[in-house]
Structure formats: C-alpha cells, structure tokens
Write a protein that binds this ligand. Structure first.
Ligand code: ADP
Ligand code: ASP
Ligand code: MG
Length: 778
C-alpha cells in the first residue's frame, strides 16, 4: 500500500487546541503513514534566543528563556496529557539537562535546537495513543544521516525501513545527525524539507504540508486581505519564492521530489476540508504572480561570478541565496544576520553595497518582470519610498529601500500588479430555455466583462451530461459543440473538474431548477468557486445547511448572487441590499411574486370558471406542466423566504404560513386526476371571490412579510384586496414588490415588471455576472 507523509508546521502545533485539531486530522490517516512535526509555535525562535544568551554569556537571559520554554511546554503537556504523564517527566528531564549544560559551558547549538521537534513528536504520538490511535515517535537523527553536508540517501532509505506499518509514525522534522551521531539541523523552516526527504525515502505517493493558511497565496494573506489563493503552482515558481525567503515552503523542499511522482500539497490544518495548493510540474500550472517581502537584507557585489561558491555558501548558512546578474556584475542578496559570515567567506571577493535594506520581490511569468518592476517603482516612489536598488531577472523582480513594506503599501502593489488580471473560469449549469439565451447574450457581453477581467467559459452542464474544457470553450459554437461532444458525467466528475481548474477565480452559474444540483454548493465553495444562482433551492434550504454554506463562503471570501431567484431580472435583491447598506431598516415586503399567479389573479372574474382559466394558462405555456406546482404557492413561499433571509431573518420554509390556491383534495394524483374534480377547485375559488366581492374587494395571491409584528408575520396565500391596491392593478403576468422601510414608511418603494421570461431572467443572470466581475476586479 502506498504511504503518505504529512507535515505539521509550528503554526499547527502552537496550542493544545491546535494539537487537538491535528490529532483529528491524524485520526483519518492510514497506519504506515508518516507525520513529520516541527517545534510547537515559535519554540525554535525561543531556543535560538536561548542559544544567543548562552553564547553571549548572558546568564540571566538564559534563565529567563528557559522559564519561558518551560511555561509553554508544561502548559501544552499538562492540558493534553496531564502533569503526571511520562511525557511531562521526560520534558522536565530535558530542561534540566539543558540548564545543566548551559551552566557548565557544554551547550551545543544543534543539539539545543533539536529539542523543539523532539518535544512535539513525543507529545503528539502520546496524545494520539490517548485517543486510541497507535502511534510511535521517531527521532529523525536515527533516520537521516549527513556526511560532509550531503545527505546519505541510500543509507537513509534503509534506515527509514524502521518505520512501522501497523502504526502512525511521528517523526521529528528539521534535524538529522552526522556520521558520528552529532546533531545537525537542516536550516530554519527545514521540516518541510524533512517531509519531502522522508517521502522519497519511504516512496510515498504524496507529501502534504499542513500550515496555518489555506495554501500558497499571491502574497502573505495575513498582510493583504485580498491575497488570492492559488490551486496550483509550478515547482519552478515555488522554488523561486523559497529562494527569496518566503516562509510558506522551505527552499530545499522540492529537491527530493525531482524526477518522482510524489505529489506535494500545501493545506490548512485550521480548515482541513479545504483544498490546498498543489505544487506541480512546471508545464502543469500556468505561471502565477506573487509578492513576497524581504526584511533586512544585505547586498554584496561579487568580483566574480562563481556559482559553486554561492552554492557552497548557501549550504554553510543553511539558507538559500539569491544571486542577481546586473550589467555583467553578480549581486548577492543575503539576510543581514548572515552578512558577517558572507563577508568573511568572500573576503576581498565581495563588496558590501547595501546593508540592512528591506523591500519586496515580485515573482511573475517570464517576460513581464521588467514592466512589473517599472510599475512597482512608480507606485513605491508615489508612496515616498526611497529606493536603494531595483532589479529584474527572468521570472522575478526585486525592489529594495529603507523600510519594511507596510500592509497598506503591499496591498496597493498587490492590487495593481497581481490581482488586476486574474482570470475567471465560468461553468454554466442548465443550458435549456433560460440557459440558452444566457449563452447567446454572453457572446455579446464578453467584451464588456473582459474590460474588467479575462473571462473564460470552461464548462456547460445539463442534468447528466457535460462539456468540460479547462482551456476554454469557444462561445460562438458552444451549443453545437455541446450537442456533438457532451459526455455523461457524474457530480463527482464535475467536482473533480472544478477542483483542478487552474484559474484565479471560478464561478458556477446555476440556471437549473434542480434541488440535487443545489446540494453541491458547499462542494463548490470548498473548491473556491463563487456561485450565481437562478435556482431557488439553496437559498431556501434548511437553515442549518444554509448557514453553514454562508459561513464557508464568508470564510473563503466567496460571493453568491441570486438576484434572479426572485422576480427574474427585477432588481429586488439589489434594492434590499442597497437600502440596508445605506442604513435603512426594512419593515415590510409584500406583493405578487409569481407571474403565473399574477396572470390568473388579473384575469379571473366571477363569470369564469377558475379551472378553465388555469387550463387556458397551461395551454399558453404560462404554468408549469402540472399547474398545481404554481397553485400550491410553494414557489412563492420559497421566494418570500429568500427575501426574508436577505433581511437577516433566520426563518425556515415552514415558518412561512402557506395556503394554496386550490383545495387540499386536489393535491393527490396527476393533473388529469385533479381536473376530474375541477368543480371542487371552481367552488373553492368562487366562494372566496364572492366573499371578497361583498366587501368591494378582489382576490390576489399575495406574499407578505411584516417584521413589525410580534411574532413576525410571514405568509403566502389568497387575499381580498381593494381594486385600487397596487397588487390589484398589476398588468397580468407582472410581479410587484412593495417595500416599506423607515425611509419608505408611508409611501412604499415599489418594484414592478415582468417577473419571468427567458430574456429578462437571462439578463438578470448577466447582471449578477457583471457585478461579480466588477467585485473581483476591484
Ligand atoms: P509553519 O509553521 O506551518 O511552517 P510558516 O510560518 O513557516 O508555517 O509559514 C506559513 C506562513 O507563511 C503563513 O502564516 C503566512 O503568514 C506566511 N506567508 C508568507 N507568504 C505567503 C504566501 N504567499 N502564501 C501563504 N502564506 C504565506
Ligand atoms: N522548527 C524549525 C524552525 O522553526 C523547523 C521548521 O519549523 O520547519 O525553523
Ligand atoms: Mg515553515
């Protein structure tokens, strides 16, 4: 059975709560799999501080840092296993050993730093045991041997056979040993590298790096709110990012995966259901754009271009170094902490030209780096940043100045250089009727959308067939293409297709009336897909499901538009949102929300039999094939629920009182069966109409929501209304929405017009799509 490697970074192990989440993920793994762990939280930073206090003979500092370490670890272990546990006692022994060595000047740096990972592995394995999962911890110094700065791959592969196939194997990241058993480290952030090395040694099928972001983003999502998560990035760009010091992947992570089929994925242990970012072969991902900050670097000019020396120096420093070829000179970018070591390595062969500068690097598709550099320069100068250096090279550009870039400047750069041109992939579901018109309108609309951002149609779906092409489907011939080439497809295949789409943005446009299709919305959201729906089912689904979907979309910054699910193209949802966003409070919404019921209401009179009118409407195509779907009022009930939820009300469908425009006896059997009992329908309507007439009123099928009553009034049914009322004077077939709010208290805001029809509904979907493109391009 193929094995998998999972690496949890410090950010995933920073507290007892995080350990718990990690253990939950581990519960799903198969025995034989390996888990590589980093030191918990910032433990390695603290150990580095301890080392520097020790090195500087700051005894007080040593004591203080040891106390800090103790507090953090003791709290973790106590909460997870208790302070009587074996792990707690072992930790206290370790801390005593560290103190003792520090006290008699026998501390060794790598040995000291190794403790962070040793503590994590031990704690996680025991915590898994406590949860009933068989797990053993391994000290990777027994698995990874390094000789003269080179890992002994053959020997290590043999050593890794020691991992157990009937347990989970929790392995320390970051550390290895030399040939005589002394501890060595693989460099800061080295656990990523440990994980891919282990993947290679045990011939794993995949390595998953679990961290605290949902994958690799266009820039640090903690600094830039609008950072875009990429589903796929190429190995080459991942490596470039790492060489520039970006923390999301360690620079050597990809080396062991060369010429192998091992999959590499970055995912979030904070949101284990989300897809992460796949790092794939260069030709399998489009080139992306990234911004990564550079903090405190020195720039050296080398007197010769000696690649071997740079390679050797990176090994010594355990840190990647980025050389730049500038007008025949080689410049070397080095974190300032290594400045002195670099100067003493090169001596007179390197001249320090900038010290302790900061800035930003842009990683991009080859060819656009110099233009990006110019734009970034102009923008940073406008922000009054004094530039100390700006260079571009194949696939990246670097700008350095005196200050670290703040989030706002980074966001500006990001907006101008990175997100402006993210492509949107469009999948249209439901291409009969409205869908067909939508597609033909899309052909004309595309030029307008493309001024906002590049839009590409990639999928057309019908109930059980689909035409899917990640490269894009030619719009002009899309319908014919679908007829000739659509294939049978399951929901799983569609989800897989959406998951794999390598686009900055994706949207599913649901023009179906399918409840089962609406059930896929959470999956779409999991795969970072926006949604536009004319379909009413998701908006009126059970509250718990609906709220979970909303939560997921909010967490992932995903947008959901559904303006056409109520009133087709009429801008009712827009109006409600707009009023609320401007500080108004909506108190009532009422009206006629169904074109069919509007037509029936306007055309019925006591000299007609209602069943004849219904038959006439059916023959004219104004009703559903079975008119009882209209007469039941269910559809109107759903529309009222969508609007109620738009106002922030947590209602279920059944909270809306519903009375049908027919007697209950007609609900059974087929429409033909119901017609056989048509006199029941006629009497039912006639009696109500007569009652209304006696009061000088007329009958309309009305939806009403009133938030000022207690409890809230929410109902749908026939109502006797004055003949002069707005709902009574309606053009047959039109919808009307009467909105009362604080601002529109006495004189209601009225939106009225055709609430159904292919053209207006398709146009309403386009309005949502335009809005989405506009939002995404902001
Ligand atoms: P771990 O502890 O899991 O190894 P790191 O702190 O080393 O995690 O790396 C993850 C951090 O990298 C994130 O919290 C994020 O702030 C930062 N980061 C910087 N650039 C990016 C980026 N482009 N995409 C994702 N994360 C990034
Ligand atoms: N704990 C080590 C560090 O902080 C290794 C790692 O986290 O990958 O650098
Ligand atoms: Mg890391």
């Amino acid at each position: 059975m193929t094995k998998q490697v999972y690496k949890f970074g410090g950010s995933s192990l920073s507290s007892a709560k995080r350990y718990h989440a990690v253990a939950n993920i581990c519960q799903q793994l198969a025995y034989g799999d390996a888990i590589v762990v980093s030191a918990a939280g910032k433990t390695t930073d603290t150990l580095v501080r301890l080392w520097s206090c020790y090195h500087n003979q700051d005894h007080k500092g040593v004591g203080e840092v040891i106390a800090l370490l103790k507090d953090h670890q003791c709290a973790l272990v106590s909460e997870l296993l208790g302070d009587k546990s074996e792990v707690y006692a072992h930790f206290i022994d370790d801390i005593n050993a560290i103190s003792q060595r520090a006290g008699c000047a026998e501390l060794e740096q790598a040995w000291l730093l190794a403790h962070g990972e040793l503590w994590s592995a031990r704690l996680l394995a025991h915590y898994l045991n406590k949860q009933g999962v068989a797990a053993t911890h391994f000290d990777s110094r027994k698995l990874f041997v390094v000789a003269q700065n080179n890992l002994k791959h053959q020997e290590n592969t043999a050593r890794c056979q020691a991992l157990k196939s009937d347990q989970l194997n929790v392995v320390t990241g970051f550390i290895a040993s030399d040939e005589v058993g002394n501890t060595v480290t693989l460099g800061r952030n080295g656990s990523d590298y440990s994980a891919t090395l282990l993947g290679k040694y045990i011939n794993a099928s995949s390595v998953t790096i679990w961290t605290d972001t949902q994958g690799v983003y266009s820039t640090d999502p903690r600094k830039v709110e609008k950072a875009v998560k990429y589903n796929k990035i190429s190995q080459q760009q991942a490596q470039q990012l790492a060489r520039l010091g970006n923390p999301v992947l360690h620079a050597k992570t990809l080396t062991p995966l060369k010429d192998s089929d091992i999959k590499l994925v970055v995912r979030s242990s904070y949101d284990s259901h989300s897809d992460g970012t796949q790092v794939v072969a260069n030709e399998q991902a489009k080139a992306k754009r990234f911004l990564t900050t550079l903090a405190s670097v020195d720039v050296f000019q080398l007197t010769h271009n000696n690649k071997d020396s740079i390679r050797e120096l990176s090994i010594i420093l355990q840190h990647p170094l980025q050389p730049l070829e500038v007008e025949g000179n080689t410049l070397l970018l080095v974190p300032s902490q290594f400045g002195e070591q670099v100067a003493s390595y090169y001596l007179q062969d390197a001249v320090l030209i900038e010290s302790n500068v900061s800035g930003v690097a842009i990683v991009s598709e080859a060819g656009s780096e110099s233009q990006l550099l110019e734009s970034a320069k102009a923008l940073l100068e406008k922000q009054s940043m004094t530039l100390r250096g700006a260079w571009s090279q194949n696939g990246f550009a670097i700008l350095l100045g005196d200050q670290l870039l703040e989030s706002d400047t980074l966001s500006l750069l990001h907006e101008e250089l990175i997100t402006a041109k993210q492509e949107l992939a469009v999948i249209v579901a439901g291409i009969g009727n409205v869908g067909e018109v939508f597609l033909s309108q899309l052909n004309d609309q595309l030029a307008r959308l493309n001024t906002l951002l590049p839009v590409k149609l990639v999928g057309l779906l019908r109930s059980s067939t689909s035409l899917l092409n990640g490269q894009g489907i030619e719009l002009a011939t899309a319908s014919a293409n679908f007829k000739n080439n659509a294939k049978a497809s399951s929901p799983e295949q569609i989800i897989e297709f959406i998951k794999e789409l390598d686009y900055g943005h994706k949207v599913v446009i649901d023009i179906t009336a399918s409840e089962s299709f609406s059930k896929l919305y959470p999956e779409f959201a999991l795969h970072d897909c926006h949604i536009i729906s004319a379909n009413k089912y998701a908006g009126t689904a059970e509250l718990n499901w609906y709220e979970n979907l909303r939560r997921l979309q909010t967490e992932k910054n995903l947008l959901w538009r559904y303006n056409t699910s109520v009133g087709a193209g009429l801008p009712i949802n827009f109006a409600l949102k707009d009023l609320q966003n401007s500080g108004d409070k909506i108190t009532k919404i009422s009206g006629v929300f169904s074109g069919t019921l509007s037509w029936l209401g306007a055309n019925y009179s006591l000299d007609k039999k209602f069943s004849d009118l219904v038959e006439q409407a059916r023959e004219l195509g104004f009703t559903e094939p079975d008119p009882r779907e209209d007469l039941s009022g269910r559809d109107v009930q759903r529309k009222l629920l969508i609007l109620a939820r738009e106002l922030g009300l947590s209602l279920e469908l059944d909270d809306i009182e519903l009375s049908a425009w027919m007697p209950n006896e007609l609900a059974e059997g087929s429409w033909q069966d119901a017609l056989a009992k048509r006199e029941l329908l006629d009497t039912f309507v006639e009696e109500l109409a007569l009652d209304a007439q006696r009061e000088g009123n007329t009958l309309r099928y009305v939806a009403e929501l009133d938030t000022t009553t207690s409890p809230i009034t929410a109902k749908v049914g026939l109502k006797a209304v004055a003949p002069s009322a707005a709902v009574a004077t309606l053009t047959p077939g039109d919808n009307i929405f009467v909105i009362n709010s604080v601002w529109y208290a006495d004189n209601a805001l009225i939106i009225q017009g055709p609430g159904a029809g292919r053209e207006v509904t398709a146009a309403g979907v386009h309005s949502d799509l335009y809005w989405l493109c506009h939002k995404l391009s902001e």
